[in-house]
Write a protein that binds this ligand. Structure first.
Ligand code: 5GP
Ligand code: MN
Ligand code: MN
Length: 475
């Protein structure tokens, strides 16, 4: 498979168009990452390149691995004026899964003496685990307000501060959401899940700034060495999953109806300008808003805990990014602005300096891009670039990416042992499921540093700070 790749430069590879491909495939990665990459990624990138209305290229990020239909770490933009499509597989099951990082204004040495108690208190306060339920109970009617309002709904209900909204993509609320496009089943399942972390890969982590790479940008982001931050990773819980499940069926029918050739079951899609495509977009926007509300409510819970320990600490939102979305964005293609539906699955939006949508504080330096590594390794905060907008619609990786399947990891590691080993290194982990901890062993992920180097050297982002974990809560 690798032989089919044409090297453009040290960090950029092309799958030249052949057969039914409408555009080339483009993989951003170092030689080492390419050699380790799952061959399925190339096949999936190629399949996506065959979809109607795709613009410029079918793209894979350095952390790419196999996913349903589209690779995880995949980016593809479609033009509605050219018959472009929208696809469940291009967004993912956990609609708007994403990360947000909170500044605490605290230094590492202040937190270390209470670290264990702090982790325990966060573990008690933020509901986590499979099917976890929170204090907020919402009837389907009440839930509709969440699906339309997103994080704005949460702030109006007292979960958080109005200023938080400024530091969320779309200012906390994606327009176009229509709850009538979401099934009762999806709403019923979400009844008590707003404000819960979920399971497995989702986490709440206490981290500190271990290294500053770019002083100017770090200053704009309000980060200094040894600052303690808290990162929340979760998505739209049962609601998003049910929307995806429901619409896979709708779009399977649509693909046949509109005669779109489908190479893999999860690549089913509908023209953006079709009743089915429009409906999915409206439902997906509900999923996005649900995730934004979810992370906002958790932020409120985190604030309460931090302030119980440190009365005067001011917890502020650095930024909230989603890495499973389809968004309508204007991009310049061959000198002309075009309105595109940009799918990012396991990929983060990474806009460069100047974009008017960015909060004023970051407009000169570019968007904060928050990247998780694993509970035992570094995580990073990067900044978007103009070059990335030209090369990849302003997108970056979203994590280290798995190198082992959950199944393989379970065979290799024992949860208790993983947690013990981390404790010996000073990292306090609390996990609802020991099995989950095994699946999430740091060794089950690629080397995040390599992924970050490749993403930055490809020009997609700039390295701003490195974070190291102090404590982690896993579902
Ligand atoms: P995903 O959204 O694909 O499940 O995961 C995003 C990324 O988060 C993964 O690729 C992985 O690198 C990272 N990650 C998973 N678990 C943890 C964790 O406990 N802590 C941190 N910092 N990152 C994690
Ligand atoms: Mn998720
Ligand atoms: Mn995620």
């Amino acid at each position: 498979e690798i032989k089919k790749l044409k090297k453009i430069n040290d960090y950029e590879w092309e799958i030249p168009p052949r057969g039914e491909m409408r555009v080339p495939g483009r993989v951003f990665a170092s030689q080492d990452l390419i050699e380790d990459m799952d061959d399925k990624v190339y096949e999936q990138v190629t399949n996506v390149a065959c979809l109607p209305g795709i613009v410029r290229a079918s793209i894979a990020m350095p952390d790419a691995h196999w996913g349903y239909g589209f690779p995880i770490g995949g980016v593809a933009a479609f033009d509605p004026d050219e018959g472009g499509i929208i696809s469940v597989g291009g967004v993912g099951y956990d609609i708007s899964c994403g990360v947000r990082t909170l500044r605490t204004g605290l230094k590492r040495e202040e937190v270390l003496p209470v670290l264990e108690r702090l982790v325990d208190e966060l573990f008690e306060t933020v509901p986590s685990g499979v099917g976890s339920e929170g204090e907020i109970r919402l009837s389907p009617q009440k839930l509709d307000e969440v699906l339309v309002g997103g994080a704005r709904w949460a702030v109006e209900k007292g979960y958080g501060e109005p200023e938080d909204l400024e530091y969320i993509e779309e200012k906390g609320c994606l327009p176009g959401a229509d709850p009538s496009c979401v099934s009762m089943e999806a709403k019923r399942r979400q009844h008590r899940q707003v404000g819960t972390l979920g399971s497995g890969n989702h986490y709440l982590e206490i981290q500190y700034v271990a290294e500053v790479y770019d002083r100017k940008i770090a200053e704009a982001f309000g980060l200094e060495k040894d600052d303690v931050v808290i990162t929340i990773h979760c998505g739209s819980r049962a609601l998003g999953h049910q929307i995806a499940t429901d619409y896979l069926q709708v779009l399977a029918k649509a693909s046949r109806k509109y005669g779109i050739p489908i190479k893999e079951k999860e690549l089913v899609c509908a023209p953006i300008r079709s009743p089915e495509g429009e409906k999915y977009f409206k439902a997906m926007a509900c999923g996005v808003n649900c995730a934004l509300a979810n992370r906002q409510v958790i932020t409120h819970l985190v604030r309460e805990v931090i302030n119980a320990f440190f009365k005067h600490a001011r917890v502020t939102l650095l930024y909230d990014v989603s890495h499973n979305t389809c968004k309508v964005e204007v991009h310049e293609i061959d000198g002309k602005p075009r309105r595109l539906y940009v799918h990012r699955k396991g990929a983060t939006r990474a806009w460069g300096p100047g974009r008017k949508e960015l909060p004023e504080a970051y407009r000169e330096v570019g968007q904060p891009v928050i990247i998780g590594g694993s509970m035992g390794t570094a995580s990073y905060i990067l900044a978007g670039t103009e070059e990335g907008e030209k090369k990849a619609f302003g997108s970056a990786c979203h994590g280290a990416g798995r190198t082992m399947s959950r199944h393989q990891a379970l065979k290799r590691f024992r949860g208790e042992r993983v947690i013990d080993d981390l404790r010996k290194r000073g990292i306090i982990v609390r996990a609802k499921s020991k099995r989950g901890a095994a699946e999430e062993a740091p060794e089950a992920y690629k080397d995040v540093t390599q992924v970050i180097e490749a993403t930055c050297r490809a020009g997609l982002t700039r390295k701003v700070v490195k974070l190291l974990p102090l404590g982690c809560i896993k579902g």
